[in-house]
Design a protein around this ligand. Sequence first.
Ligand code: ZN
Length: 109
Amino acid sequence: MHELSICQGIVDSVCEAVPEGKVLGVTVEIGRLSGVVPDAVRFCFDACTRGTRVEGARLDIVDVPGRGRCGSCERALDVDALVMRCPCGNPFLEILRGRELRIRSVEVN
Ligand SMILES: [Zn+2]
């Protein structure tokens, strides 16, 4: 499962970034265009953290809405799908935001 390896990656990164101490909370930004399902990450989190210093930590997921710009008319648009057509007819939007998958902060004891 895709989200399982993503979740494992998050836990590994946290452990690397925080060499000591107990991790109490992790805040992760997940863009709506990232293809990652927040609920699935949440579901995997407990299993992935078991036996690590992240075990028992709170997982906060920040939902990042998609935003894009039309290369033709330069209009900025809210984007909720990877393929979306601008009202001017141009289907090629430059994605400005929404593909994020990153750790925003880690709370350590
Ligand atoms: Zn346009």
